[in-house]
Design a protein around this ligand. Structure first.
Ligand code: NAI
Ligand code: MG
Length: 336
């Protein structure tokens, strides 16, 4: 059998460090792949290329599966986001972000349990990139919500909930204010929900959702939402479960999927060898499950659990002293 091909974008900042650690652990766990390295982000721009070179898009489309480190996007001016470009070019419409407390990891709310999944729309909303200045000192940014985009996203979330035996799916919106855009998203959700009578479907306004996530997060199961709300809520949830170092994600399209952590390129700690690779490693576990390699996925997930609950080899963001490399070696050592 020929080797599974996986596209790899190491990315910027801590990206190459956590990508190296993740791939070493995948290989040590027995996942043999042909890793096809590709460029995107600041690294590409610095070489005079676009943030996502066409050959990167073509290769991912051809290979079908990619593991991606974070890429840097400057605020204000500068190049456009490699992530947004990639998600749109490959039509990766669903961004799946689980937030789960790992045993042994201290969280802001003690040892309470949290196990929810955010399904974020990934190609529309204010991320459509339609911004202009009709006059000096007035900037307009257009929020794009389509019926088709909303329905396919909600359907994806509900099918996923059904497959995973989840009981409740909650649409997060601001339809009280954006009556047309968010109103249509919400209407699309309830239309699709009719096909899933076994799942409790309800909705919540985004600001209340944030408050409830901080005070009573256990009540939620699956949250399905628009692009911007999903971006913000997923960082909030990452904070609840111990920080960005533990928050994985998957960008799913009809024909390909790109697996990456919720966090960014962390320029403040880049090059120091102290980044926590767990979020990208957990994203690679999502990749393995997507590829049907549950055996290896379970092996790595169990090792992460052992290392975290043991608590002796945690990275700095989790209150430990371990370097990226020490943590990597520990996770490899605990693979059973
Ligand atoms: P960030 O997520 O890179 O960092 C926020 C804070 O969390 C920093 O203090 C950082 O040190 C810490 N952190 C993040 N990941 C960590 C890890 N694995 N281990 C330990 N600590 C970690 O967010 P920030 O600073 O707002 O963005 C930096 C750059 O990343 C920006 O250019 C932004 O556009 C980009 N970005 C890229 C994303 C992607 O490629 N998917 C997602 C989010 C931001
Ligand atoms: Mg974000």
């Amino acid at each position: 059998m020929s080797k599974q091909r996986i596209a790899v974008i190491p990315g910027d900042g801590i990206g190459p460090e956590i990508t190296e650690a993740t791939i070493s652990i995948l290989e040590a766990a027995g996942f043999q792949a042909e890793w096809v390295y590709l460029e995107a982000g600041l690294g590409a721009v610095d070489k005079g290329k676009p943030p996502v070179p066409q050959e990167t898009i073509d290769a991912i489309r051809d290979i079908g599966t990619a593991l991606k480190g974070p890429t840097t996007t400057p605020s204000g001016g500068g190049h456009s986001s490699a992530n947004v470009t990639l998600r749109k070019a490959l039509d990766l419409f669903a961004n799946v972000r689980p937030a789960r407390v790992l045993p042994g990891v201290k969280t802001v709310f003690g040892d309470r349990n949290l196990d929810l999944i955010i399904v974020r729309e990934n190609t529309e909303d204010l991320y459509a990139g339609i911004e202009f200045m009709p006059q000096k000192d007035t900037a307009l940014a257009i929020k794009v919500i389509t019926r088709e985009g909303s329905e396919r996203l909600c359907k994806y979330a509900l099918v996923m909930a059904r497959e995973q035996g989840r009981k409740r799916v909650t649409a997060v919106h601001k339809a009280n204010i954006m009556k047309m855009a968010d109103g249509m998203f919400l209407d699309s959700f309830y239309r699709v929900a009719k096909e899933f009578p076994e799942i409790k479907c309800d909705d919540i306004i985004v600001d209340n959702c944030c408050m409830q996530l901080v005070t009573k997060p256990e009540q939620f199961d699956v949250l399905v939402t628009e692009n911007l709300y999903g971006d913000i809520i997923s960082d909030l949830c990452a904070g609840l479960v111990g920080g960005l170092g533990l928050a994985p994600g998957a960008n799913i399209g009809e024909n390909c999927a790109v697996f990456e952590a919720v966090h960014g390129s962390a320029p403040d700690i880049a090059g120091k060898g102290v980044a926590n690779p767990t979020a990208l490693l957990m994203s690679s576990i999502m990749m393995l499950r997507h590829l049907g390699r549950h055996d290896i996925a379970d092996k790595i997930a169990n090792s992460i659990m052992r290392v975290c609950s043991d608590g002796k080899c945690l990275t700095i963001d989790l209150g430990g002293k371990a370097s990226t490399n020490e943590y990597k070696v520990e996770v490899i050592g605990q693979l059973a």
